[in-house]
Structure formats: structure tokens, C-alpha cells
Design a protein around this ligand. Structure first.
Ligand code: ADP
Ligand code: MG
Length: 737
């Protein structure tokens, strides 16, 4: 990927233009191929597609991709042939339909291109039919009761909107992956993608009605959803990872004494990226660029060993596929660099966990962002309608939005003093809050401006100042021209929270559009529209502004204030997930054609079952670690201390302090045993149904695990280092990068 060349650089700043003016030339030697040369190299899209498909087929496919036209099955054979040749030339031997089952990760079943015909001659074959549909066995995927184990048939269907890509493992095996939707024989969705696509359709349709009312729909063929997901993760040394059964099995540490230094000094955040980590990040980015993922930002996060990656936003469906690929590549490349990439929401207690900020917006296919406030925001009534539709959606559906991010892992973040609280609220910032105030009081007259920031140093330029500060404690923040859903967990398959968000906003836009259409009637005038919009906004603000909060979301006062405002504060997934069964949720999802009652119920059950299963696995892992690693080490330490006490006393010397140490240690070991007995008892309880079982595990298992851990961590911090049977927090987080 190196190319040498010399060319005249264009001046980039004042100093360079000065040099130019004086007649000097600046020569730049390029040693790296520009990213744009290999960006998307491994995807069947753009130039690759144009070069390999006949123009009419390329046009037809582009119509599906760019304008959402139905897929013409007649083109499938030609596309399949071209895709096969391209894949073979790039070293692939197999293809797979790549989909997002309800497990929360991705699934793929590989088939060889190789076929042997009747004469025993081997040929390379890939038909249009194999491109469009697949028929994987659906019985071993979670279906939430839609399918029984003996009812195996399921189908995958090509999603032409998301480019097929060539995934190469770090060992060099290449597979053609075709993004697909996954449904059961009964036609019901068994995946994350199908409802996501339906939800984008729903929200786009309602948004288009608003544009029509405002007369801004000229040249607009469709509204599209946009999404950009920031991904936080930890890197630890792989050798250390392998010695931690809890990390290997559960993705998080179940025990571990807090090291003396965590992130108290804030010296890791945005710090210089360690060299080995930067090499890793560079390889991750190169591989993602080739796969068409527009990775943009990288930096150290708050906790030691924690990092972040963010792409440029894309159309929702593609962004979601790219997010899944990103998690895969992060993990895959880590192993090559001797790291393990931990994506769990809370790998280490006592220091920050990881989230995934979902930046969400709507835009027209002509490139207008519908959440762009513009300069004189108070007069931008269309924007204010969109904004207030989201405020209304979050307030009306706070419990559902909360449920969309509920998982055993995310329970460690939400409500802890580091991540957005479990109370759903909307941050607007000073400028918008001021406009909302004005709207509520009457006709808004001004937009607060940020002005500039004078740093009082002659050589530093003035900084343009935003009209409002940032707030990192809000679960759902307006950040300039998009909303940022920050409460999403780092392991989440983003399709689901995005589906929920799209659906609740679709309902809200439907409501707003209905009111406006009725008020302006068949003969709209600007004055009628103006009056109708202002009165609607006023009503919506009055009813729903309780959900807006710009203060400190971590504070105890906010929890109290939120309770006063009647906002739900659902602290854990066991309490939250049953919301998916509510009548409100069921009618909402079916009204907008996103999920049928049965599909939604199935999802609720799968999520509850996953919650229970994760907790049970954690409980059993803790039990194994305590019995086979911690207890033997603790007893050895006990024996050593007892020997010291015995030997000292035989020598005729009293040693009350050491005796006391021994007594305390024995006491803690006993507490740990009691704790783990309670854990095991909680695991034995019969599961009547997923809902009551989830609550049982929440109230019985988790506290017992916490008690066990407290005793265990004390033991770890007191017994001799060489007896401790696994890497410590300090070793994993602070050493060896
Ligand atoms: P911040 O730290 O302010 O959150 P980042 O640059 O880390 O900023 O992430 C911002 C994310 O928001 C990026 O992924 C970016 O592409 C995305 N984004 C920006 N504009 C939009 C938009 N209109 N729709 C969706 N996502 C957007
Ligand atoms: Mg962010």
C-alpha cells in the first residue's frame, strides 16, 4: 500500500500561501496510498459494481439501493455471476448469507462456490437464486416461541441495500458475505434487520408528510434515516485474558480487587495512544476502510485500557451492518496484536464501563438534515416540529425506549455514577431550551447565539462558541444537528434500539402531521401553517417538556426531581423488559407495521431468556472460580499464617497481631463460602416463567454474587501475591501496553 510520487501541494494555510506567494514550491512526498484508493475495495458496490455489471443491470440495482425501488429478481443471475467472479478473483472459495438473528450477534452458513456436475467435472457456480434466498435451519436460533425445535425451516433474503463484502480472517481465509434478512417459514421476522428496515420505512413515511405540509418536499424522493455509532472497548493483554476464566466465559470480571490507581487522575482520557495500541487501531481501520466502513475517530477513553472508535454516519441499515462488522474486526485484529478486545458493558468493577453512542437523525435523499436547526432557529418551524416530535416520542414511550437498551450487561452501567441514568430524559442545550421557553410563552422572537471565545492570547485565534454547553450525563442528548442515544450498551446490536426509536418517532410524526394537515386544510396558506404549527408546538411542549432535563443526570437530586415529574426510573432489565409485552408497545409496533404482536412477544421472551441465561452463566462461572481457584489459594494463605502463629508460639513469643490476621482471614473465607452457597442455592431455583425467573435472579442471585465478591476481593488484597491464582486488575489495566 505504498506509492511514491511527487506533486505540487496546494497551500493549506496562511504560512504555506505566503511561501507560495514568494515563489517557493512545496514538494510533498506521498508514501501512503490515499485511503480513498482502497476504501470499499472489498465491497460489491460503487466502482466494482459499475465495472462488472452491464449498464441496465447496474441501473436497476442502483434504483433499489439509492431510491428504495423494489428489487427486480430478473437481475439476480447477472449480479450473482459478477459477484462470484469478483469474489473468486479476490481469493474467496465460499459465500454465505450473513444475517442478524435474535442472538444479538451475526450468523453465517458458508457454501462453496464449487459444484461438481454430472460428469464429475468441478465448476464454480453461484446462481441468482442462491443470491436472493437461502434456507438455513432456523430451529437452533432463538425464536421466542415462534418456532419449535422440530419446525426447522427458515429463509434468508438478500438485502441489496447493504453491499455484499469479502471478509478475510487474520489467517487469510476469505468469504463472500451477503447481507440478508432472516425469517421463519411462517413469514415472521426472526432477525434484527427486518424490523429495522420496516421501522425506517415507517418513520420516513411520516416524516415525508411533515415535509409536504411545509412544502419542502420538492425534489425529495424519500426520507432516509442516518446513524453513526461510537464504540467503546477495552484492550488487555491476551495472555492475561486467557488466565481469567470469568473474562473468557462471561466477557467481564466477576471478582477483582480495585487497584490503587484507576482513572482518578484523568490521565488516560485523550492521552497519547500507546504505540502498540495505535498499530492495532491502524490495522482495524485499514480493514474497515476496505470493507467500506468510514471509520473516522479514535481516542483513549476515560478508563485505563479503554478506547473508542467512531465512523462517519451512514444510512441506518448500512450503518447497522457496519457496526456489527466493526465489533467483529475489533475482536479479530486484537488477537493478532496479542490483545483481547473486551466489548462488554462492564468488564471491570470500579472503573467506567463501555457504551455505544447512537447518533441518530433523519435526512432527505437530497441531503437535507431534518434536525439541522439553522441560524435563526426560532423561525425554523419545520425543524421545531421534528424536534418536538422526538421530545414527545421519548416522553410518551420512555419505558419502551428504556427496554430497548435493557440487558444484563447494561444494568451495570445505567444508574451507576458514570453512565447515563436509567431515567430517560432529553438534553436540549441552552439555545433550544430558550426557544422552547419562548414557544411555550407565545411567539418566539430570537435565537441565542454563542458568539466567540476570546482566549486573551494574541497569537491564538478566537474560537467560535456554540450556543450551548455539552452534557455527558444525559441518556438522550440533542447534539447540534442529531440526537445521541447514549444509554445504549457497548455490546448491543444497534438495530434494536434504533428500530424502537424509529417507531416511536414515526408515531409522533404521524400525530404531528395529522394535526397540521387538519388545521391547514385543503387550501394551505403560510399564515395558516404558521399559526397551526405554533399552536401545536405549544401544546406538545406543555404536555411533554417534563422529559427535558439539562442538569446533572448522575445526581441524586435528579432522581428525586424525575420522580416528582412522574418520569419512570426503571433500574434494571428484569423490571424493564416486560414493557415489551405491554398493550401500548404491541399496538404501536403493529400499527406501523414494524412487528406483529407475535413477533414483538417473541422478542420480549428472547431478551428475558438471554438475561436469565447470562446471569446463570455468570453465577456458575463464579462458583467454579471460587471453588477451584480462590478457595484453594485462600486456604494456602490460611495455612501459611497458621504455621507462622504456631511456630512463633512454639518459640515462646506471643503474636496477637498475626493471630488476629488469621482470625480475620478465616472469617472472610467463611463469608465467601456462605456467599457462594447462596449463589448456588439461587441457581437451583426452578424457573416458572422467564419474567418471574428474571426477577428472582435479580433479587436473589445478584446480591449473593456481590456478597461473595466483596469477601473474595478482600482476600485478594490481603494474601501473598504469589498465591493469587489469576491476573489482578492492576496487571490487566495498567501494565504492558
Ligand atoms: P461526539 O464526541 O461529539 O459525540 P464523535 O465525532 O465522536 O462526536 O461522534 C459523532 C458521531 O455522530 C459520528 O459517528 C458522526 O458521524 C455522527 N453524526 C454526525 N452527524 C450525524 C447525522 N446527521 N446523523 C447521524 N449521525 C451523525
Ligand atoms: Mg458522542
Amino acid at each position: 500500500m505504498t506509492r511514491k510520487g511527487m506533486h505540487m501541494a496546494r497551500p493549506r494555510n496562511n504560512i504555506e500561501s505566503l511561501i507560495f506567494e514568494e515563489g517557493a514550491t512545496v514538494e510533498v512526498t506521498e508514501t501512503n496510498t490515499p485511503v480513498s484508493d482502497y476504501f470499499g475495495r472489498l465491497t460489491f458496490s460503487g466502482d466494482v459494481m459499475l465495472k462488472r455489471l452491464p449498464p441496465d443491470v447496474a441501473m436497476s440495482l442502483a434504483g433499489t439501493i439509492m431510491q428504495g425501488q423494489p428489487l427486480n429478481p430478473m437481475v439476480a443471475n447477472t449480479v450473482a455471476g459478477a459477484m462470484k467472479d469478483w469474489a473468486l478473483e479476490n481469493g474467496a472459495t465460499h459465500f454465505c448469507h450473513w444475517f442478524h438473528p435474535l442472538t444479538g450477534s451475526t450468523a453465517e452458513k458458508h457454501d462453496a462456490f464449487l459444484s461438481v456436475n454430472g460428469d464429475g467435472v468441478a465448476i464454480e457456480k453461484f446462481s441468482g437464486n442462491s443470491l436472493i434466498v437461502g434456507e438455513p435451519d432456523a430451529s437452533s436460533f432463538p425464536s421466542g416461541g415462534i418456532r419449535d425445535t422440530y419446525e426447522a425451516r427458515g429463509y434468508t433474503a438478500w438485502d441489496a441495500n447493504s453491499p455484499a463484502f469479502l471478509l478475510t480472517t487474520t489467517d487469510g481465509v476469505t468469504t463472500l458475505c451477503i447481507p440478508t434478512a432472516f425469517a421463519s417459514y411462517t413469514g415472521e421476522a426472526l432477525d434484527m434487520k427486518t424490523p429495522l428496515i420496516r421501522s425506517v420505512q415507517a418513520v420516513a413515511k411520516q416524516a415525508a408528510r411533515i415535509l409536504k405540509v411545509f412544502g419542502t418536499d420538492e425534489d425529495v424522493t424519500q426520507v432516509v434515516g442516518t446513524l453513526g455509532c461510537e464504540q467503546e472497548y477495552f484492550l488487555i493483554d491476551q495472555d492475561l485474558f486467557r488466565e481469567r476464566l470469568d473474562l473468557v466465559i462471561c466477557g467481564r470480571t466477576l471478582i477483582g480487587a480495585t487497584p490503587p490507581k484507576g482513572h482518578q487522575l484523568d490521565d488516560h482520557y485523550f492521552g497519547a495512544i500507546p504505540s502498540r495500541v495505535l498499530s492495532y487501531m491502524t490495522e482495524v481501520e485499514t480493514r474497515l476502510f476496505e470493507l467500506g466502513v468510514p471509520v473516522k475517530t479514535r481516542h483513549n477513553e476515560v478508563a485505563p485500557g479503554q478506547y473508542e472508535l467512531a465512523p462517519t454516519f451512514e444510512k441506518t441499515n448500512v450503518a447497522v451492518d457496519h457496526q456489527m462488522v466493526t465489533m467483529h474486526i475489533l475482536k479479530d485484529v486484537a488477537r493478532k496484536h496479542g490483545f483481547e478486545c473486551l466489548i462488554h458493558e462492564k468488564p471491570f468493577a470500579g472503573i467506567n464501563g463501555s457504551g455505544k453512542h447512537n447518533n441518530w437523525s433523519l435526512s432527505t435523499d437530497t441531503g437535507v438534515n431534518l434536525f439541522e436547526p439553522k441560524a435563526e432557529t426560532h423561525n425554523n418551524l419545520q425543524f421545531l416540529v421534528f424536534l418536538c416530535a422526538v421530545i414527545r416520542a421519548v416522553d410518551k414511550n420512555a419505558e419502551l425506549l428504556r427496554a430497548s437498551i435493557a440487558s444484563a450487561g447494561n444494568d451495570h452501567r445505567l444508574g451507576a455514577n458514570e453512565a447515563p441514568p436509567a431515567i430517560m430524559s432529553v438534553f436540549l442545550g441552552e439555545m433550544l431550551t430558550d426557544i422552547i421557553d419562548q414557544l411555550e410563552a407565545g411567539k418566539p422572537r430570537k435565537t441565542v447565539k454563542g458568539g466567540t471565545l476570546d482566549l486573551h492570547a494574541d497569537t491564538l485565534s478566537d474560537v467560535p462558541r456554540h450556543a450551548g454547553d455539552r452534557n455527558r450525563t444525559s441518556p438522550f442528548a440533542f447534539t447540534g444537528n442529531k440526537f445521541e442515544f447514549r444509554a445504549v450498551g457497548s455490546t448491543a446490536a444497534v438495530a434494536w434500539p434504533t428500530t424502537v426509536l424509529n417507531t416511536i418517532v414515526a408515531e409522533s410524526l404521524d400525530f404531528m402531521a395529522g394535526k397540521l394537515e387538519k388545521e391547514v386544510g385543503k387550501k394551505p396558506t403560510p399564515a395558516k401553517l404558521d399559526a397551526a404549527a405554533r399552536s401545536l408546538l405549544k401544546d406538545v411542549i406543555k404536555e411533554h417538556r417534563r422529559v427535558c432535563f439539562d442538569g446533572d443526570g448522575y445526581s441524586a437530586e435528579w432522581a428525586k426531581e424525575a420522580a416528582k415529574r412522574g418520569l419512570p426510573n426503571i433500574r434494571n432489565a428484569a423490571e424493564s423488559l416486560p414493557t415489551l409485552k405491554s398493550r401500548l408497545a404491541t399496538s404501536l409496533f403493529s400499527k406501523y407495521g414494524v412487528l406483529s404482536a407475535r413477533e414483538l412477544k417473541a422478542r420480549g421472551e428472547v431478551l428475558l431468556e438471554q438475561y436469565c441465561t447470562n446471569l446463570e452463566i455468570e453465577g456458575r462461572t463464579l462458583s467454579t472460580i471460587i471453588h477451584t481457584q480462590v478457595l484453594p489459594a485462600a486456604l494456602r494463605a490460611q495455612a501459611e499464617l497458621a504455621d507462622v502463629v504456631g511456630a512463633t508460639q512454639v518459640a515462646g513469643v506471643e503474636c496477637p497481631d498475626t493471630e488476629e490476621d488469621l482470625r480475620t482471614l478465616v472469617g472472610r473465607i467463611s463469608e465467601m463460602r456462605t456467599g457462594i452457597n447462596e449463589v448456588e442455592a439461587a441457581l437451583e431455583a426452578p424457573a416458572k416463567n422467564p419474567e418471574t425467573h428474571a426477577k428472582w435472579l435479580r433479587t436473589e442471585l445478584i446480591p449473593a454474587m456481590d456478597r461473595t465478591r466483596a469477601a473474595c476481593d478482600w482476600i485478594e488484597s490481603r494474601i501473598p501475591n504469589e498465591l493469587w491464582p489469576m491476573p489482578t486488575y492492576a496487571q490487566m489495566l495498567l501494565v504492558g501496553r
